[in-house]
Structure formats: structure tokens, C-alpha cells
Design a protein around this ligand. Sequence first.
Ligand code: GDP
Length: 492
Amino acid sequence: MISEKDTICAIATGTGSAGIGIVRLSGPDSIGIADRMFRGKRRLSEMNTYTAAYGQLVKVNGPSEGEALDEVIALVMRAPHTYTTEDVVELSCHGGPLVLHRVLEEALKAGARLAEPGEFTRRAYLGGRIDLSEAEAVMDVIAAESDRALEASLRQLRGSLRNAVTELREKLLYETAYIESALDDPEHYTLENYGDRIRPILEESRLRIRRLLAGEREGRLLRTGIRTAIVGRPNAGKSSILNLLLGEERAIVTEIAGTTRDTLEEKAILGDVPLVLIDTAGIRETRDVVEQIGVKRAKEALETADLILMVIDAAEALSEEDEALLRSLTGERPEAEGPEDGAELSGRNEAAPILILLNKNDLATVVSVPEIEQKLETWKSGSDTPVTRVLEISAATGEGRDSLAEAVRGLFFAGTLSDSQETYLLNARHTEALSDADEALGRVEDSLEAGVGEDFYTIDLLAAYEALGRITGETLEDDLADKIFAEFCMGK
Ligand code: GDP
């Protein structure tokens, strides 16, 4: 087990060359260790918190002791008001990988230990400065690739999820404490008509939990990007649309190489929403592929897609191929096209909405929005028909890109991003905890229905309380004891 009393050290800035790079130390001896390496007008140990000093870093021992390592600014931050709640020193060095590694090595020789991944944040959590949901948000802030994801993670870092969870927990704890006090001390606390009192609290809490859970998809999509498949017949303009989406953001998007070249995915930011464009290799290669609609890859892309963009060349009359694809996507299977096509697309994610893009809007067009909408209306196969919208666009001029962005936001983030207070970057741990809490509250409702004794309620109320506490990383017993004494047993 690693002691929390030791002093840790790491290069805090990215790899590669840059103007400045930071080596960060945290722990009780961080100022002492930095002082051993630092030569400036003053000793760091004499400096106030949040002050910086200019000086030289030198080697601390061995044959080349005293040899200059770099010219730095040392920033001293004293416990407890620091990132980790411990003494912290940040050494702003020249940002070359070699310089930074030499400074790090010297700090290790001077007595620091190399930090484990995330250990600074772990110390912030153990030091009680942030809860688990905030610690997780730190990573989300760093990983954010779109403005929306960044906003949501920053909000979470400021405690949005913690506040939501804490509020719920307080209510549940109060009720538990009340029941327990009443069972202990029936003279002062009554459980008469208690069901009427707790029923609305349960309903409200479950509603709140479900609302939090409903934001799960938004959070996931913001974090990972909306998986988007682009389909359409050859020459409809798929690769042109792909390039339009990759567009200006190209410089800062990264290519995700899949397991094989066949599944190349690329990230794009549409408006402020991140997309993951799937099977981009397939789209780029369409010209070489003979059977272009029914290819296996396209099928795989459709299976995992959150969103389907179907591209139609609006400058030419709708072809049979267009119609067959449209029909298989929007409901009915095509009858005349042989068993192949329908079967090929049947594995797609049925819930994925479809945006039909009437492309080449800059030319004289012969396919119109109402024409497609009318066809969709007649093909509609029932309530499970996926959400489908028709938009005009020009991959050549970029016209329609904004309406596409608007449509995507409307489909995936309606009502959450606009008043985006409700978008939380929930992870699997959070959703599991919320579901457990919801189930436990459901059991309390069942107990109410069954008319069993109140002591049965507390078991499940506490289970919900505990489940929610897993989100923030809090413990149970001490809180409960404190609460009971503070609120109910004063003066006894
Ligand atoms: P894909 O086979 O579906 O990937 O289609 P491409 O993106 O390769 O486009 C086929 C042809 O249509 C190319 O010659 C493109 O330059 C052209 N094209 C694509 N989009 C547009 C558009 O919006 N306007 C015009 N005028 N031409 C386009």
C-alpha cells in the first residue's frame, strides 16, 4: 500500500516540445525537495503560499552536483488550499522532453516518488477537496473534444452532479433518521400516517433519479461522439459530405484507427457537437467497390450507428437504388430487389434517427423535400419507424451544414443542451448507482403498498442512500449517526 505521506512528482504538461513544461510536486516534503534543487534569491521554504520565484535548478548529488539543469520559475502553494490539499510546488521549466525528464529525475533523486496516473487528483479526493464525481469530471474536462462536452464536464467539476446527488441523499437520510428515531422514541416522534408523508418524497426522488438517468445518453454521446454512418448510392456525394463534416476542424481532429483499416473512424465537430464518422475507409473507397450499398462494412457501420445520414443526389431523379435504400432504412423491406439488400440492412440500429440529405443543392435540383417526405409517409410501417428528417445541403458550397448541425442537436440534445443544466457526464458507475437507488426506492413503495412495518422501509431507504453515495464516494455510518444526533436527539 502506497503511503499518502510521501511526496509525489510528475511531468504535468503534455509530451513533445513546447515553450514551457511543468514538473509538479505534491506532498509534505515537496517544498523541501524543490529547495534542494533550486538556487534563487530566496529559499522556497521561506516563501508564502501562491508566490513564485525565479532561479536555477541544479543537480543535487553525484559527481556532477551543482551542475545547472534549467532556468525555472518555481511556484509555491501551501496546504491546504492547493489542488491536492497538500504542499505543492510547480516548476515551470523549458518545455523540451529532455529538460523535463532530467528535472523529474533529479526530483526523484532528491526524495520524491514518481506519481501514479491520476494520483494528484486522487489526493485531492482523499484530502476531501473534491468528491468522486468531481474527480471523474477532471478527466472529462481534459478529454473534452467539443465545447458542449467541455461545458458539461466543467459544470460537473463545479459539483453539479454532487449537488444533485447530495440533495437526494439528504432527503432520504432525513426520513431514515426520522423512522429510526420514532421507533426508538415513540413518545416524541410519530409514525402515524407516515405513508402519506413519504409517498410524495419517494415519487419525487424517483422522478429526479430517472431524469438524471435520462441524461445518460447525452453524456455518453458528448463524451464519445455520436456514431454516424453515411450511406447512399455511388456518386450521391458521400465522400464530399464526409469531407464537409471533417472540414475546417480537420486540423484538430484525430483519426481513430480501428482494428483493421476497414473500420477507420474519424472524429468531427458539427456545430458544438462531436461526431464519430464510422467506416470512413469504406466511404472513401466506394469507387472501387462494385456492390456498394450492400457491402458488409456498411452493414456493420449501420449496426453501431447512433445516427444515419443518407445522401441523395438531388440533381438527378431518384434512382431505383436510392428508393431501395430509403425503403429499407425507413421501414419496409424492398420487395423486388432480391432477398440480399433487405437482409443486409436489417441488422441496423433501429433506434438510430435518419437524416436524408438532398445533396448538390447548388445545382438545379429535381428531387424535392416534399417529394421525399411524401414517400416516407406512404412507406411508414408503424410506430417503430425511426425518426426521419429531410434536409437540403450542398457538399460543394457548404450550404445547409448549419441546418444539419441544428437538426442533429435537435435529435440528440433536445431540451437538455438548450437548458444544459441537466446534462451530466454520467459514466457506467453513475448509472449503475442511480439504477440501484431507483430500484431500492421502488422497494420502499412496494413495502408501503404491502403495509409492512416501517422498519422495513429503512433498509431500502438506506440502500438507496448508499447507492447514491457511491457516486460521490461518501460513506454511510458516520453520516447517519451524525444526522440522527444533530437533528433528532438534541438535548437528550
Ligand atoms: P460518393 O460516391 O457518394 O462518395 O460521391 P462523391 O462525394 O465522390 O461525389 C460524386 C461527385 O459528385 C463528385 O464529382 C463530386 O464532386 C460531386 N459532388 C458531390 N457533392 C456535390 C455538391 O454538393 N454539389 C456539386 N455540384 N457536386 C457535388
